[in-house]
Write a new protein. Structure first.
Length: 284
């Protein structure tokens, strides 16, 4: 789909890059010539992932364990990647925490856990690297993984909805403010892409997983490669005029929820024949 040198020698940090969508994006970036740094809390998971990724795809994957909720740890993580590679070109803010719950059952610690990872963590990583880019007099790019309820909101995942909305606001705001430094800021809003982390916490029963699928007009979940290719395109120099944008990749899911008549896609054809007789004026 792309030239094999699309991301050649770009140094890319992926938060949460040792599992799920972060790992899938990283594998694709390696195929396209990038040098990776993956970071998350679990050092052993990162090392295992990096070894497997290098064995399968070649290239270099540097690991640094870091809890993105800790601003000092984030600054150290950014410094250590910068020192290792001599620079950093791109940050993919992908780390997240989430779970379904009635909001009134949440403790303030549960709220903080999600806001801390998604909103504060994304902000800390962006700020620490942005300062270095500006000080070094060079540009850079951030790609922030949000989701469509960043603008629709959603019950039962309210800390995540609030945090993703905040990340989208930061993305659009900094796209304007930091453009003068040559820093691009964009976002991707995925719909359902099966990962262990998301499914365990958001669709822990087969019924809930089926409900998620039924909301997608294309009647399927996303393939990791589809998201990874979109991310690769957005990070490429050839996409250099895209700034402040959030691209949705959800099979039409969020618009399905927005249209009052979307549920009629379940009606069998015979029912449409009957309805058509009822709704057409006689004689027409
Ligand atoms: C459908 C298909 C998709 C369809 C797609 C739909 C779009 C979805 C978009 C977004 C998707 C994602 O983000 S998917 C990403 C999913 N991946 C992750 O979440 C990975 C990381 N998550 C985690 O590590 C944990 O889940 C998380 C709780 C967030 C953080 O862990 P910590 O160890 O820091 O925190 P803990 O000490 O365990 O918990 C902190 C507090 O939170 C409470 N807490 C923890 N889990 C809780 C729960 N389930 N319900 C209530 N409260 C909970 C605890 O009781 C604590 O409160 P006290 O008891 O009061 O102390
Ligand atoms: N899967 C889906 O259907 C959708 C996913 N998304 C978004 O995609 C992204 C990836 O999600 P997905 O791959 O599904 O889930 P995962 O659970 O696999 O990914 C979350 C990653 O974040 C890391 N992480 C969590 N907390 C922290 C922390 N405090 N500090 C640093 N790293 C942390 C985890 O690693 P560790 O535990 O080692 O810290 C993990 O690697 C998220 O932004 C999510 O909101 C959006 C829409 C739909």
């Amino acid at each position: 789909m792309f030239r094999s040198d699309l991301l050649k020698d770009k140094v890319i940090i992926i938060t949460g890059g040792g599992s799920g969508l972060g790992r899938s994006m990283g594998e694709r970036f390696l195929e396209l010539g990038a040098k990776l740094a993956i970071t998350s809390r679990n050092a052993e998971k990162l090392t295992n992932a990096a070894n497997e990724m290098m064995a399968e795809k070649g290239g270099e994957v540097f690991t640094v364990s870091c809890d993105v909720r800790d601003p000092e740890a984030v600054e150290q993580m950014i410094d250590s990647v910068w020192n290792h590679f001599g620079t950093v070109d791109i940050l993919v803010n992908n780390a997240a925490g989430n779970f379904i719950s009635p909001t009134e059952k949440l403790s303030h610690r549960a709220v903080d856990a999600v806001l801390g990872i998604v909103l504060h963590g994304t902000f800390y990583c962006t700020l620490a690297l942005g300062k270095k880019w500006i000080e070094a007099g060079r540009g850079g790019q951030c790609l922030n993984i949000v989701t469509t309820y960043a603008w629709t909101g959603s019950g039962f995942v309210v800390p995540s909805a609030a945090a993703k909305a905040g990340v989208l606001g930061m993305t659009r705001s900094l796209a304007v403010e930091w453009a003068r430094y040559g820093i691009r800021m964009n976002a991707i809003a995925p719909g359902p892409f099966p990962t262990q982390g998301a499914w365990e916490r958001l669709a822990p029963t087969p019924e809930l997983a089926e409900q998620a699928l039924n909301r997608v007009p294309l009647r399927r979940v996303g393939e990791h490669s589809e998201l990874a290719n979109l991310a690769a395109y957005m990070l490429a120099d050839e996409a250099g005029y895209i700034n402040g944008e959030c691209i949705t990749i959800d099979g039409g899911e969020w618009l399905y929820g927005a249209g009052q008549f979307s549920g009629l896609d379940r009606l069998p054809n015979e029912m449409w024949d009957m309805l058509s007789k009822m709704t057409k004026k006689s004689g027409s």
